[in-house]
Design a protein around this ligand. Structure first.
Ligand code: ZN
Length: 71
């Protein structure tokens, strides 16, 4: 189990990076839920994972490093 709390930097970019993991899990979970309750399945929706990952990476790269305390 990776403990993300050890990195104390709270700059926008680092916070965005910490968001990636949970967001991926939420996205994948939501896709499976949709597949369960609707006729739209994982096979149709898996590209959403790429879109979400891309958006997060984009936000991350454009996020400010103001107040960054790491290396
Ligand atoms: Zn930082």
């Amino acid at each position: 189990m990776a403990d993300e709390t050890k990195s104390k930097c709270a700059c926008p970019r680092c916070r965005m990076r910490g968001l990636m993991g949970p967001l991926m899990l939420i996205t994948i979970g939501a896709i499976f839920l949709l597949g369960r309750f609707t006729s739209v399945g994982f096979e149709e929706l898996w590209p959403v994972i790429l879109v979400v990952a891309g958006v997060v990476l984009l936000l991350q790269s454009s996020a400010s490093r103001a107040g960054h305390t790491g290396s």
